[in-house]
Design a protein around this ligand. Structure first.
Ligand code: GDP
Length: 299
């Protein structure tokens, strides 16, 4: 229900408009495909993803001999679902324990909030969770993470502002081992002006994880803000060049008309969306399930 409610504007921007043109056209023709193309581009799906979707729609409509415009609806729904499900593994990597999740992303996208919500989610599934305040650049980031830690009842390993993030992660890994933690979620700095800077910053953290944990963290989650639309895709490309992002957390899907960007992310990046943010509360982080998502969009 929360998902459906959150997607209201995106649904108005995609499904409601598609329904309008399907009704207006009655019969399938080339102009109708162009109208749908226009709708998807306007809804922040992105040009190349839209093209791929429309090509598929056109060829499958032909193959299935669909001539009534209204019959395109379920075909479009199917194709959008396939587009969202290109990356089949939407679940978080959870072994070996403790699982280490590095969370990256630029400031303001909802990184701290997502970490807090994820801690709450995992904790309510019965897991022992620990947080690491690896964004040592901003005192506010450490404070915010601690507020979330208190709110959801999870400890936070922190150092002072300005200290070495790698040292915080080192301490957190030791604590996770000693306390038999199931999941350690590490915040990282989001003040990243360029790729070299980003690689240096995150490279050090990753090295510590490899050394102290015995292997690379399997889960590097990139947090992206849906309200930034196509910019989110650009950000993802920069981050993915610097570190191997294993999954995406797409925040602020509630209340934005730009939710279509999730289609562009799914098809252009070859990185699965794993979690979606649909509000500011601690229960407002959901596992991303493509079928549920299209159902909410078309429902
Ligand atoms: P950070 O700088 O990336 O750590 O960003 P924060 O976690 O501090 O979040 C920035 C703002 O976005 C805060 O006001 C959050 O409440 C808000 N926010 C984060 N996720 C969501 C979401 O899924 N939906 C909505 N509506 N707001 C969100």
């Amino acid at each position: 229900a929360k998902l459906k409610e959150g997607l209201t504007k995106t649904r108005q921007g995609i499904t409601a408009k598609v329904d309008q043109v399907l009704k207006a056209y009655k019969k399938v023709d080339e102009e109708l495909f162009e109208e749908i193309e226009e709708i998807l581009i306007t809804a922040d799906v992105g040009v190349s993803t839209t093209m791929a979707i429309i090509d598929k729609l056109r060829s499958q409509a032909k193959e299935r001999k669909i001539s009534e415009a209204r019959d395109l609806r379920s075909l479009l729904k199917e194709i959008l679902w396939e587009t969202l499900d290109l990356n089949k593994s939407h679940a978080l990597h959870m072994d070996p324990l403790p699982a280490i999740i590095l969370v990256v992303g630029v400031n303001g996208v909802g990184k701290t909030t997502s970490i807090g919500k994820l801690a709450h989610k995992l904790k309510s599934e019965g897991k022992k969770v620990l947080l690491a305040a690896g964004d040592t650049f901003r005192a506010a980031a450490i404070d915010q993470l601690e507020i979330w830690g208190n709110r959801v009842g999870v400890d936070v390993i922190k150092h002072q502002e300005g200290s070495d993030p790698a040292a915080v992660i080192y301490d957190a890994i030791q604590a996770a081992k000693a306390r038999k933690i199931d999941v350690l979620i590490c915040d990282t700095a989001g003040r990243l002006h360029n790729k070299t800077n980003l690689m240096n910053e995150l490279g050090k953290v990753r090295k510590i994880v490899e050394r102290e944990y015995g292997e690379a963290s399997k889960e590097i989650l990139l947090v992206l803000d849906a309200t930034t639309g196509q910019n989110a895709i650009q950000q993802a490309k920069i981050f993915n060049d610097a570190v191997d992002v294993s999954g995406i957390v797409l925040t602020k899907l509630d209340g934005t008309a730009k939710g279509g960007v999730i289609l562009g992310i799914s098809s252009e990046l070859n990185i699965p969306v794993k979690l979606i943010g649909v509000g500011e509360g601690m229960n407002d982080l959901q596992e991303f399930k493509p079928k549920e998502f299209v159902n909410a969009l078309f429902g």
